[in-house]
Design a binder for this molecule. Structure first.
Ligand SMILES: *[C@@H]1O[C@H](CO)[C@@H](O)[C@H](O)[C@H]1NC(C)=O
Ligand SMILES: *[C@@H]1O[C@H](CO)[C@@H](O)[C@H](O)[C@H]1NC(C)=O
Ligand SMILES: *[C@@H]1O[C@H](CO)[C@@H](O)[C@H](O)[C@H]1NC(C)=O
Ligand SMILES: *[C@@H]1O[C@H](CO)[C@@H](O)[C@H](O)[C@H]1NC(C)=O
Length: 612
């Protein structure tokens, strides 16, 4: 049936099962969620990472199988069985595992039932983040149950037993916005219980913002300030793209950790200085935490599956921040910036709220148009996993090379470039199948699942409707075949390039001309280059009225493309590795925003922020 997925040698471990048991002495009742079994080759090695820590890593090659708990949850003492019928990745089935020795570990990712305000009940992950963790820490959310790693031998009829004896801290302590627990002189926390989001999710939803106050905030008690949002992944600690830290790097820091601390301290030095890049560019610098049950971040727009995050941020959170910390509270005095997820958000909120922001610095954005949803044109391709061809079956690449944002010359703290050879590290099919193994119905906390949740319609079952046929065992559709009706919904709602094309000449252009500044590496790891090229094809058309303005920079150095996540060159235009420029979002973009804010300020506006 699926010969391209089944290895030729059917192994004799065929009839093996892996039984994962919730200990009988677990006192707090049934547990709802998904059981995943992670498998590495060979015996478990003391000190080596246990298999489950690979959960958040897209490029990981660990074998994984998954099964949901029963609908009422797994009772203490009861088990979930992984059998030859359980879906797996990379091998599709236990049938493919050769005889031999393996290291196995199980986890149980917690789900809960959300009785939503839109009238549907959905069972989704309780959370995809840990308040103790940062950027993309999806591996072990609070309360996850897991087994110890166990060395097992697979052979005919092997019966492997794993027990979920371990528990990830259900209430990890958070370092908070300042990284020091409580707020500091510079970094403040603003929390708003959102009426809109609480009504949608059927439980209280808190939006959290970390706010870096401008230099001179107390010395200028009547000044009002512009506001810049750095959009991006969940991070308990304020991290707008380069941290802010009064502590200089200690000499014992090695590799990229030294670089990161050095730039964090330089940002502190520059921000709190009367001279330097922020002179005349005094602003509130804000990051936002808005994790959702599908991902560590909501994508900051109104979506039928994820909720009205765009409206909640615009009408509930921003007024609270600007009210509390003397914001100007006007569209001409606001900007957005971010990379990757945050790049998409910056582009989208600028386009969807064109009057409410006056500058978008958009780095390596997730697909801003779906003629290039990474390597897939969702309107023209028939199949997302294989290029259309009469006889060939060439898999579409989903990932090439590696993220290069923390590359240093080995053994030093000197940032350097990656090697964009264009090597395929995962196909679109592999990345997507891994997600349905980790959590079917968009419950993996993974990248493709959140895109479908944000961009797509709601399915009849209440879960995000699939853009293409995702499950290789589904006999009602061709594996990977795109649903044109769903693609049309994506186009009408979230294809930002298409929206610009449709509406530019009819008023939207007048509001956006000169505001969109887009940067992407020519060899972006996730093929995010492609959607920016499509935008560029349209935006550079000389007949555009008004002109696009702004910038579209497809980054290269020495004739080589940059990988993820290129955000432009140094503030003075010098070419530098991503491992440096990723530290400089604030240093680079706030002064550029300030120039535009000052140039477009209405007559009589309070300009004290620009005076020192
Ligand atoms: C959702 O769950 C609530 C509470 O259990 C129940 O009252 C309601 O009827 C359910 N709605 C649907 C559509 O199943
Ligand atoms: C590095 O040095 C600092 C003091 O400067 C100390 O607090 C810290 O524990 C040291 N870290 C390591 C990894 O040795
Ligand atoms: C400002 O940042 C730059 C690097 O971006 C650094 O070279 C400089 O020393 C910093 N200035 C202060 C006062 O920290
Ligand atoms: C530029 O835009 C005009 C008007 O929409 C269109 O007719 C023309 O084909 C475009 N040119 C290019 C090179 O895309």
């Amino acid at each position: 049936m699926l010969p391209f997925l089944i290895s030729t040698a059917i192994a004799i471990a065929a009839s093996s099962t892996v039984t994962v048991t919730l200990p009988a002495d677990r006192s707090d009742g049934n547990v709802l969620g998904r059981v995943r079994v992670f498998i590495l080759r060979g015996a478990c090695r003391p000190g080596a990472s246990p298999p489950i820590t690979s959960c958040g890593d897209d490029q990981d090659t660990a074998q994984v199988f998954g099964e949901d708990t029963p609908a009422g949850g797994l009772a203490p003492g009861a088990s979930v069985k992984i059998t030859a019928d359980s879906l797996g990745y990379p091998y599709i089935s236990l049938l493919n595992l050769e005889d031999g020795e393996y290291c196995m570990q199980a986890d149980l990712n917690l789900y809960e039932v959300f009785v939503r305000g839109d009238g549907v009940n959905v069972t989704l992950p309780t959370t995809c983040v840990s308040p103790g963790g940062g950027d993309g820490a999806y591996g072990l959310p609070p309360g996850t149950l897991y087994s110890k790693p166990k060395t097992v031998t697979l052979h005919v009829d092997a019966e492997v037993a794993l027990s979920l004896t371990e528990l990830a801290d259900p209430h990890p302590s958070s370092p908070g916005c300042s990284g020091k627990g409580a707020d500091t002189e510079w970094i403040k926390t603003v929390r708003v219980t959102s009426k809109l989001l609480s009504a949608f999710w059927g439980k209280p939803i808190v939006l959290e913002a970390c706010v870096l106050l401008p230099f001179g905030f107390n010395e200028h008690p009547n000044a009002k300030y512009p506001l810049a949002i750095a959009h991006g992944h969940y991070s308990a600690t304020f991290n707008p793209g380069g941290r802010f830290d009064p502590t200089p790097p200690s000499a014992n820091l090695t590799g990229y950790a030294f670089v990161d601390q050095q730039y964090a301290n330089w940002l502190y030095g520059n921000w709190t200085s009367a001279e330097g890049p922020f002179k005349g560019a005094r602003a509130l610098m804000v990051t936002i935490n808005h994790p959702v049950p599908f991902f560590d971040d909501s994508y900051a727009v109104d979506s039928v599956n994820v909720g009205p995050y765009g409206s909640a941020i615009m009408t509930e959170l921003l007024p609270a921040i600007e009210g509390q910390y003397r914001g100007l509270g006007a569209g001409w005095a606001r900007g957005v910036m971010g990379g990757s997820t945050g790049g998409w958000e910056s582009f989208a909120v600028q386009v969807l709220y064109p009057d409410d922001f006056n500058y978008a610095a958009v780095a390596c954005p997730d697909p801003i148009g779906f003629t290039s949803y990474t390597t897939v044109n969702i309107y023209e391709a028939k199949n997302a996993y294989f290029y259309d061809a009469p006889f060939k079956r060439t898999a579409r690449p989903g990932q090439r090379d590696h993220y290069s944002g923390t590359a240093v010359i080995p053994g030093t703290s000197i940032p350097t470039y990656g090697s964009p050879y264009g090597q395929t590290t995962a196909t679109v099919e592999e990345m997507n199948r891994r997600e349905i193994v980790l959590g079917p119905r968009s419950r993996s906390c993974g990248q493709w699942d959140i895109w479908e949740a944000v961009f797509g319609p709601r399915g009849e079952d209440g879960y995000p409707k699939r853009l293409w046929c995702k499950d290789p065992r589904d006999t009602t559709c061709e594996y990977g075949a795109i649903d044109p009706q769903v693609a049309q919904y994506w186009k009408e709602h979230f294809d930002m390039t298409d929206k610009l094309k449709r509406e530019w000449a009819h008023g939207l252009g007048a509001k956006l001309s000169g505001k969109l500044h887009v940067f992407v590496g020519a060899s972006d790891t996730f093929f995010l280059t492609n959607a920016v090229m499509d935008l560029q094809d349209w935006a550079t058309n000389a007949t555009l009225d008004p002109p696009f303005g702004g910038e579209i920079v497809i980054g290269a150095h020495d004739g080589r493309g940059y990988e993820h996540c290129f955000n432009g060159f140094l503030p003075d235009g010098t070419i530098a590795p991503n491992a440096i420029t990723r530290e400089l979002y604030v240093t680079k973009f706030v002064p550029r925003m300030a120039e535009r804010w000052a140039a477009s300020a209405p007559k009589g506006a309070d300009m004290e922020w620009h005076s020192y």
